[in-house]
Design a protein around this ligand. Structure first.
Ligand code: FE2
Length: 541
């Protein structure tokens, strides 16, 4: 793993988050994130409990200089006055205290929603914005719990406007329950939260059929403590089990109720504060069907979605809050989407060593040759650069294919992903082409918004157009990812289509992290080729 993390000159903040899921750590140097890693990528199990501080010491070591520790998830694994031993240990905290004393460093605890809001606002280029955080619940420094909060971001300061009590409104926690109870899908460890599957179903159901019950479940608040939510679980599990279409209707009603409840709450603050810009964070903002609709609800407002809006971004948000708000450092103007690829990079030797052990054949190949293979309807897994931070593969750990082939979705499902037939695959599109293909012309570098394709063009990229004509697009610029931008450009030159089908490089496990993970996934599936694009190494079984 390659990363210059030994520098002694810059102010270094180590952020971490421990708890029941999304365990992670990061390092900021002078306010700029240089690494961010999540535990699940390393241990290859989704959403494990764990200790982000322990992870930091294991990955980076205790000898590195630290100026500040920022802990972004207070109390989350703290019950009955005690830390759960899976999330915190005396040895690790002692080690932190030793480093604090040695480096004359400081330790800060930053609230859950404050950290979400900070990661959204400070990673945006907005000088002022209204910031909404929407999730299943988190605790602030003073011990209060919330699932929806509103902040005002102004230059380098972030001020709370309203922290709605969790007992008044909670959207995320009912979603977790419904995903598991009604639909029988995983809602966390060890398979991860599959609420994306519910969103895919929502596009093919009747959204008015059961709307009222779900809407009421949200506005009563309290999440898992709300009897209405449990009644809904029981009632709609029975209905959803009747037929596939019934399941879709339940999903669609749940989705519409979610959209309406969030829209109504946000509208109150929009009316009052009349913002030009809005930032979104919290796990519920991964509901990109909803975030896409916000562009239609409020066409005069600019939106920015946190690249890591779930709790995996808390360590980054806590660190950014410390750097800008507490330490009063000026805002940083982001020239590219540097939050996308904060994982470690691997050198050629790492790749060759893993290949040697695998006994797989490889040859040297150019990007042009690999694009020819894609045009020849082959499925290519690509690996290069730093791994993506966040839930979405954005070209560095991706499986790519020809979007023009309407059968491609079924082919990828059969050969690799084993997903339900109704789940869509995403389009990666050159940024300047968005206006020609979609009904809105926006930046979506982190796949945060679902937009409608223009009707006239849908038949040109059938594999990435969902049943309702939508796509969860990733917009790609040269600054974001030079290799990926050039790669898609070659495809465009050959086919006239500036889009590639992009799905994460994994098969029901966390996204691959190391070259060895990539080889394991490649060997265990029927992906046609594996391309280590940094070194032009093309692997074939
Ligand atoms: Fe959260």
């Amino acid at each position: 793993m390659e990363k210059d993390i030994k520098s002694n000159k810059k102010v270094r903040i180590v952020g971490y988050q421990s708890g029941k899921h999304d365990v992670s750590y990061c390092i900021l140097e002078n306010g700029i994130p240089i690494i961010h890693e999540e535990l699940e990528r390393l241990i290859r199990i989704k959403e494990p409990w764990g200790d982000g501080l322990k992870m930091y010491f294991e990955r980076i070591g205790e000898e590195s200089k630290v100026d500040y520790f920022a802990f972004g998830n207070p109390y989350f694994a703290y019950t009955n006055g005690k830390w759960d031993s899976r999330c915190s240990s005396k040895e690790t905290n002692d080690l932190r205290d030793k480093v604090l004393a040695r480096d004359n460093a400081e330790f800060h605890t930053i609230g859950h929603h404050k950290s979400h809001a900070a990661n959204a606002f400070y990673s945006s280029n907005f000088n002022n914005a209204l910031v909404f955080t929407l999730d299943g619940g988190g605790v602030e420094e003073n011990g209060t719990s919330h699932a929806l909060t509103v902040w005002q971001g102004e230059d380098n300061k972030l001020t709370p406007i309203e922290l709605i009590p969790i007992t008044t409104l909670n959207v995320g926690s009912p979603w977790r329950l419904y995903t598991g109870e009604i639909f029988g899908l995983s809602s966390g460890y060890p398979k991860g939260n599959q609420s994306g599957t519910v969103m895919a179903m929502a596009c093919v159901g009747d959204s008015n059929k059961y709307f009222n019950d779900f809407y009421e479940g949200f506005v009563i608040g309290g999440g898992g403590h709300n009897p209405k939510v449990w009644d809904n679980c029981k009632k709609y599990k029975e209905i959803a089990n009747k037929s596939e279409q019934d399941k879709f209707d339940v999903a669609a009603s749940l989705q519409k109720a979610t959209e309406m409840v969030i829209k109504n709450v946000m509208q109150q603050y929009i009316d009052k504060y009349n913002p030009t810009n809005i930032c979104l964070s919290g796990g519920v903002s991964l509901n990109c069907l909803m975030t896409g609709k916000m562009l239609d609800w409020w066409p005069n407002i600019k939106f920015y979605a946190d690249p890591i809006p779930y709790d995996g971004g808390l360590c980054l948000g806590a660190s950014r809050y410390l750097w800008h708000h507490i330490l009063d450092n000026p805002r940083i103007e982001w020239k590219d989407n540097t939050t996308s690829y904060l994982g470690p990079k691997y050198n050629k030797e790492d790749v060759l060593n893993s290949l040697q052990e695998s006994e797989l054949d490889w040859t040297e190949a150019s990007d042009e040759k690999v694009i020819d293979l894609i045009c020849d309807q082959k499925i290519i897994s690509v690996f290069g650069g730093g791994s993506e931070s966040g839930r979405r593969a954005l070209g560095n750990r991706s499986i790519l294919a020809d979007p023009r082939n309407e059968n491609m979705k079924d082919i990828i499902n059969k050969k690799v992903k084993h997903r339900q037939w109704f789940r869509p695959f995403a389009p990666s599109i050159l940024r300047e082409e968005v206006k020609n293909w979609f009904e809105h012309d926006i930046d979506s570098p982190y796949m945060s918004f679902v937009l409608k394709f223009k009707e006239s063009i849908r038949n040109k990229a059938k594999a990435v157009v969902h049943f309702d004509g939508s796509g969860r697009l990733q917009t790609v610029t040269k600054n974001d990812n030079k290799w990926y931008y050039n790669f898609i450009s070659i495809f465009k030159e050959k086919t006239g289509v500036p889009i590639l089908l992009n799905t994460s490089f994994n098969d029901r496990e966390p996204i691959v992290e190391t070259p060895q993970d990539a080889i394991n996934c490649y060997k265990g599936t029927d992906i046609d080729y594996l391309y280590f694009y940094d070194y032009n190494i093309l692997v074939k079984k």
